[in-house]
Write a protein that binds this ligand. Structure first.
Ligand code: NI
Length: 389
């Protein structure tokens, strides 16, 4: 029976799991119920090995093919993320979040359910040679759960050779996929600036160091890094999104704070932007006489798809969706902590069409259950193609 047909049989179960997870969102590493749910299902499917508590609350299942691996590639890792977001749900769905202020607004409920579906199929058929390792990680939304699992020995312990991940894509038609080799999603770094000036009377600016004016200068000059330091054929974003200063119209504020984010697509541009931000801050302090404290924190690295594994992903996607429904996409300036897995092992990350839904992280967003057959089948195809029995 073709994979898609069998997965269509499994669809109602996968959808039910998805909706159950949707109803019970959990944040970051605190995904105890979801991880328990995942581990229970993996046990039911008859996985050969189930490990919990990797990277605090991550879960891993090992499914052995009917034959031992014969080629160089012996173990394929498939990854889903389990965490939700601190967003108040506004979908009005019958299975909407039961926890106020939390919802699955990024579709990780769907990712988890689809990977469970693939695990069930793979454990049932075992039509491959080698091991399929299903990885369910916590804390994708800013907590670097993928890195925590890697630090706990994920890759070595399960001898993972290659790793594949997926995200749903709002705006991409259901039944289609999008991917590109090389940089797919941005590195994300954060900027925290505290400006210490000298407060005083609004009518006596010459006796003050106006922290608000210093902040305004910084916001402007930081944009010149993108406009005048970064090669126009490269990509970078600096967004200062918080600016706090002052609380009276006739008082020059003593302090101002700025917070923002930096997005880049190559290590070289990432280095350049960090260096220039540091220089701009130091220079502004010198010009203005303010004391400026900068904390520049590196976050998720660039999500870099490996060329050969992108071909593997393309083939699997085409097998599932047909050639016409698999597209090359431009890079996005959002970030993904699957980037850590791609630093540790060759692999690829792909987008699976979620149709005309609200955008990711929007209160009206919902994962599209129509996409289940495609996403689940894609994971299965990766294993059966790469570890052909
Ligand atoms: Ni997400």
């Amino acid at each position: 029976m073709p994979i898609v047909n069998r997965v269509a049989d499994l669809q109602p179960d996968i959808q039910a799991w998805r909706r159950d997870i949707h109803e019970h969102p959990e944040l970051l590493y605190d995904v105890h119920r979801t991880a328990g749910f995942v581990a229970d299902r993996l046990k039911e499917f008859g996985c050969d090995e189930i490990v919990t508590g990797l990277g605090k609350t991550g879960v891993v299942g090992v499914i052995k093919g009917k034959k031992p691996a014969s080629g160089d590639i012996k173990v394929i890792g498939l990854r889903a993320d389990m965490d939700a977001l601190p967003v108040q749900e506004a979908t009005g769905l019958p299975y909407a979040s039961k926890t106020p202020g939390m919802m699955h607004a990024c579709g990780h409920d769907g990712h988890t359910a689809m990977l469970l579906g693939a695990a069930r199929y793979l454990a049932e058929t075992r039509n491959f040679a080698g091991d399929a390792v299903v990885i369910f990680q916590p804390a994708e939304e800013g907590g670097a759960g993928a890195q925590a699992m890697i630090k706990d020995g994920l890759m070595e312990r399960f001898k993972i050779d290659q790793v594949y991940g997926m995200h749903n894509g709002p705006g991409l038609p259901v039944g289609s996929f999008a991917i590109r080799p090389g940089p797919l999603m941005a590195a994300t770094d954060s900027i925290d600036i505290i400006i210490e000036g000298r407060g005083g009377h609004a009518a006596q600016p010459h006796k003050c160091i106006d922290s608000l004016l210093v902040g305004a200068q910084l916001v402007t000059v930081l944009q010149q890094i993108v406009g005048r330091n970064v090669d126009p054929l490269e990509s970078a974003v600096i967004s200062i999104c918080e600016f706090h200063a002052g609380n009276a119209r006739n008082v020059i504020p003593q302090t101002a704070t700025l917070r923002g984010t930096v997005r880049t697509l190559t290590p070289k541009v990432r280095e350049l932007v960090e260096k220039r931000v540091r220089e701009v801050v130091a220079g502004t302090a010198q010009i203005t006489g303010a004391k400026i404290d900068l904390t520049y924190t590196r976050g998720y690295p660039v999500t870099l798809n490996h060329a050969e594994q992108t071909e593997v992903a393309l083939r699997a996607a085409r097998d599932v969706a047909g050639e016409a429904n698999v597209h090359e996409m431009p890079p996005m300036m959002g970030a993904e902590d699957f980037s850590y897995m791609l630093e540790a092992r060759p692999g690829a990350f792909i987008f699976c069409g979620n149709g005309d839904s609200a955008g990711l992280h929007h209160p009206a967003y919902n994962f599209n259950d129509e996409a289940i057959v495609y996403g689940t089948s894609y994971f299965i195809k990766i294993v059966e193609n790469t570890l052909a029995a």
